[in-house]
Design a binder for this molecule. Structure first.
Ligand SMILES: Cc1cc2nc3c(=O)[nH]c(=O)nc-3n(C[C@H](O)[C@H](O)[C@H](O)COP(=O)(O)O)c2cc1C
Length: 150
């Protein structure tokens, strides 16, 4: 089963768990990166306030080449992080098996619901929200369990 872990991360938490997931199921890894540099939390706030689509750098991997895709995002303002939202508008993912995860500090809000909605037309195998202090081991257990269902 060709597997990809596709994620966006601003502060490194989602990256840390995405890397653990990729290691545990032997998946490739691809990071969604904003073409507009987002260095500070103020940059991010400005982006959220502007509510507009923005550019994503070309991805190193093509999701079309994979059977199973793990998709990860931080929660921003109780929603899916804007760069991942923009990515999913620009690049349709269809007819795949998908597993969705978000990372959050206090309350995940609608992030997983946003992700599920954006990925209609795919088979959603699992979805989960990890608190930002979750261990890599917790992510690995979830990933292996999900992978065994695929
Ligand atoms: C702009 C911004 C908005 C955030 N909004 C929320 C929120 O609504 N709820 C929450 O629980 N955490 C929120 N957080 C915390 C992050 O979701 C959490 O720390 C996450 O694990 C960060 O992932 P990252 O390090 O991969 O970017 C927010 C963080 C940022 C930078």
């Amino acid at each position: 089963m060709k597997t990809l872990v596709l994620y966006y991360s601003f502060g490194g938490t989602t990256r840390r768990l995405a890397e653990a997931i990729a290691r545990s199921v032997g998946a490739d890894l691809a990071e969604i990166r904003s073409a507009v540099p987002l260095e500070t939390r103020e940059d991010v706030s400005r982006l959220i306030e502007a509510r507009k689509k923005f550019e994503i750098l070309p991805l190193e991997k093509d999701p079309a080449d994979y059977d199973l895709i793990f998709l990860g995002s931080p929660v921003w303002a109780f929603q899916l992080a804007a760069p991942l939202k923009s990515f999913l508008i620009q690049k349709k993912i269809e007819k795949k098996k998908v597993a969705l995860f978000c990372t959050y500090r206090l309350f995940p809000g609608l992030a997983l619901w946003n992700l599920s909605r954006a990925l209609r037309g795919n088979k959603i195998l699992a979805k989960t929200a990890f608190k930002s202090d979750s261990t890599e081991q917790a992510a690995e257990i979830w990933a292996k369990e999900t992978f065994s269902k695929a």
